[in-house]
Design a binder for this molecule. Sequence first.
Ligand code: G3I
Length: 369
Amino acid sequence: MLTRRAVLAPIVLGAASFAARPFPSSGPNTFKHGLGTMAASRGRLYGCATSTYQLRDSDFVRALEREATILVAEYEMKRAALQPEPGDYDFTAADALLHFARAHGMAFRGHTLVWHKANPPWLPDALSTRNENLLTGYIQAVAGHYRGQMHSWDVVNEAIAPGAAGNLRETLWLKAFGPNYIDLAFHAARAADPNALLVYNDQGCEAGGANNDRFRAATLDFLERAKARGVPIDAYGMQGHLQAFGTAVDQRKLRDFLERLKALDLRILITEHDVDDSGGPSDIAVRDRAVADASRRFLDVALDNSAVGAVLTWGLSDRFLDFAGWHAMLKGYTPRMLPLDGAFARKPLWNAIAAAFLSAAPAGRAAGR
Ligand code: G3I
C-alpha cells in the first residue's frame, strides 16, 4: 500500500529546493514513484504525448511506464494519419498507442477530431462541396471506432482567433460550414462516444500579456455562448505551452480565468504542457531552473482549482525534441522543455511538477475526470 508519507517524504524534501537543482542523488532518479502516482494522490492523472516510434525505445518505455497514467497521441490520431485517402481509415498506429495505454492501465485521450492543421491533402477540395458528412461522418467513424475506450476527446482544437469575425479563426471548417461546425462536431462526438469527456482545446490563455487578456475574454465568451446553446462541451483543454524567457504567467489573471471556467461547470485539463526555453542563456542549469520556475508558477494556480483533473506534458523526454539536431548546430543548445532529459533522467521541471501535484488541493471529481 503506497502511503502518502512514502510518496511525500523524499519529494517534499527535494521539492523545497526543486527550483535550484534536481533531487539529491538519492532522490527522484531512483525514487520509484512517478508523476502519475503523485497526481493520483490528489485524484488526478499525469501523462504525456507520445508516438509509436518512441515506443520502440525500451529505455523510454520504462520511463513512460513509471511516470504516466494517461497518454495522448502527438500526431497519429490526427486526420492526416487516420484518413490519408477519402473513405479509407488507417487506425493501425492509433490502435497501437491505445493498446499500449490499456496494457499499462493508463487512460487515453483522443487528439484531435477537428483542427485546421494535420489534415490530408485531399480534404480542402472535398470541403468545397459543403457536405457535412465530411465533418460528422469522420467523427462518427473515428470516435465510434474507439467508443467506450477514451478518457476524453479534443473535439475541436484551436478555433478561436480574438478580433476575427465572431472571434473565430478563418479555417477550412468555418469556410465550409460557418460557425455551426463547432456545434455539429460536438453533437456528433457525443452521439459517437457518449461516455467520453468532450473537450474544447486551445492555447493563448496561460500567460499574462494583453494578447492573452483578449484570448481569455474571447474564450470565455465562446464557451458561455456554446453552453447556452446546449453544445455538449464537458471540459476546456488548456494546452499550457509556456515560455521560460518570455511573457510570464500572471497568477491572478490565470486564477480568475480558471474559476470562471469552473463556474460554467466545465472540467479543465492541462493538455500539452511544456516550457519553451528558447531565448535563454547557454547555461543548462539556468535554463532548467527557469523552465521549472515557469511551470511551478503555472501549475500552482491550475492545481489549486478542483476542476483540473489531469496534466499532460507535450512529450516526456527532451530526447525526441530535436530530431535533426539543428538546434545544437544552429543555436548551440538543444531544447530542455520536458520533465526528463535526453537520457530520461529527471530534471528540475520534474521536481516542480511533482511538488505542484503534492502541494495541490484534491481534484473535485473521480480521478482525472
Ligand atoms: O510522419 C512522420 C512519421 O512517418 C515519422 O515516423 C515520425 C518520426 O520521424 O515523424 C512524422 O513526422 C511528423 C511528426 O510531427 C513527428 O512527431 C509529422 O509529419 C508532423 O505532422 C508532426 O507534427 C506535429 C504537429 O502537431 C502537427 O500534427 C507535432 O509532432 C506535434 O507536436 C504538434 O502538436 C501540436 C498539437 O497537435 C496542437 N497544439 C500545438 C502543438 C504543437 O504544435
